[in-house]
Design a protein around this ligand. Sequence first.
Ligand code: FES
Length: 693
Amino acid sequence: MGKCINHPDRETNYMCMKHNKYMCEECLKCPDPKIHCKFRPSCPVWFMDKKGGKDIDNKPAKQDKKKFNVIFQTENKKAVVEKGATLLDAARAADVPLNASCNGKGVCGTCKLVVLSGKTKSKPTPLLNDKEKEKNYVIACQTTVESDVTVKIPEEVQEKKLQIAGVGKKVTAKLKSLVKEITPMLINIPLKLEPPSLEDSISDLDRLNRGLDKSGRDTSRMSIGMKVMRELAGTMRNDNWNVTASVVKKKCSSEVLKVIPGNSKINSLGIAIDVGTTSIVVYLVDMENGNILAATSGHNRQAACGDDVINRIVCAEKDGIKKLSAMVLSTINGLINEAIHSAKVNRNQIDNAVISGNTTMTHLLLGIEPRNIRREPYIPSVSAFPIIKAEDIGLKINPISAVFIMPGPASYVGGDIVSGLLYTGLHREEALTLFIDIGTNGEIVLGNKDWLMTASCSAGPAFEGGGVRWGMRAEEGAIEKISLDSKTFDPLFAVVGDVLPRGICGSGMIDLISEMLQTGIIQPNGKINMDSSHPRYLHNGDEKAYIIAFANETSVEQDIIFTETDIDNIIRSKGAIFAGFIVLLNQVEMDFSMVERVIITGGFGQYLNIDKAITIGLLPDIERSKFKYMGNSSIAGAYMALLSEEYRIEATQISNNMTYIDFSSNNEFMDEFTSALFLPHTNMEVFPSVKIK
Ligand code: FES
């Protein structure tokens, strides 16, 4: 909360994310409505200005020190909060995984709860329908606690298990084939040392070094910690001079991190972690042969602080970095536990780890100050990290485990993209390749073995479900494929998990918009153009919508609809990505005809229809054989770096070789973005093969 720029006596929650200026309801106006602002997807001023919303009371709540219990029934968790705290505050305090896409601004409707008992006070909201109100649904961030209360997360918004794309035998075999030699960071070296005698009276440490030398290690640049030296005398004599030394190899040196008695073989394991803004994936890997023993995935707990990286940074500034760090760590450690149990192994066997994530995620995980990432000129605190010990960052694996963090070239292009390149190998080939990772940011890379250019086009989280009324991730209950009957407009859809639908994910949305366009349900400007008597037409307040599934066909017992605002948000996201393609190509005086390959990665689950993505203007209208969808390349790259020193070195080279272009104040990008706000584009010559009604 801060003071309005024009009315310093007024406190307000609305802050322009670009200029860091607070505005009260009367002054809500985007200062740069015509430019493409990278903060727009999460900017409350833009949202309220565009929505014309003036419905939230900004007066500060009176402070009352009375404390109440908030019980989250399903999760069996409890928070103690002061009177007047919101239910979202309580969920965060209790570490309950409640989504809060807009970070508590009261505009997204993802933070729904059902009040089972107790007194609460809610601000008026258009985000609940009559049925929901009857069932005591509330919007958690707009509802304050007035007594002890018990709540539950409604079934339809409870997080389900994410699909892990690509850990079948085929993909595992492909990943293994990419690693020529397994070269971990930390190795356990079994040694049989000569016992000392009057003729051989060198010190214990010299004896250890001699043993290491004999085993083929170079001890000339090897250091040893105080703790290990203090324990050395006992350790070496404990098992008749048989010991195992754990040595970590760093850039130009190595260090003995631990010596234990006994020299029997240790089955060493590794862990590759993809820390996404939305979801996290963990692979547990056998470091002997590269086999993936278990793969687990879950939602990043930080989702309680908003959908995108800007909201996460804002949250860290307000609540402290430690809190955000703890949220992501609890998700990662939970997934590690699942993997350990499923593979029936001991966590202390895990002595190597690689973490791949965008720059903000990496900063927050490591507890590094992220505030300058969102302030011009957008500088990260760290872009390349030394090898870290697991205990220093709170990973619940062997405390001395060596952790490699994927380096990232810029604040908005991070280690996850470097991982993607490592996996796809575009930087090793002659062919001019366009790479796009469709997630919250929409990062693009253009180049080949000689040069690499990169940018982030702030696409926003629409393709991951953010800002879309029934949008969701590719998890159980998500409509992932859809086609429409050209006469009846009735849909035929496939749902993840083969269950009743409860929302629609990115690939489903691409299909749906393409089909709506082809059948004439929407016009190229995204406006719905249906006969108002059609049973699938809905006029909802000011807005028109298409009913994808009627209440009795869904698991949520409500109509799943697709509104004009949803379509508008998708058009903005795809427009930003397409504009990014053009501007990057223009920078090197090239065009789409020169592009030999297009690689798409991101969280679309198992499915992405390239033709339909072209029809809506997300992907360029070029030969279809040039496209390749490669799923989650961040975890694949992390796996490669986990097993191979060569790939860890290569990752650093990729990051150093990338030239970053900032689009936030690029006029050309703004013009291209505006031109792309049409289906497929304002210039149909750019999409010659797309025919629409
Ligand atoms: S409406 Fe509560 S977090 Fe968005």
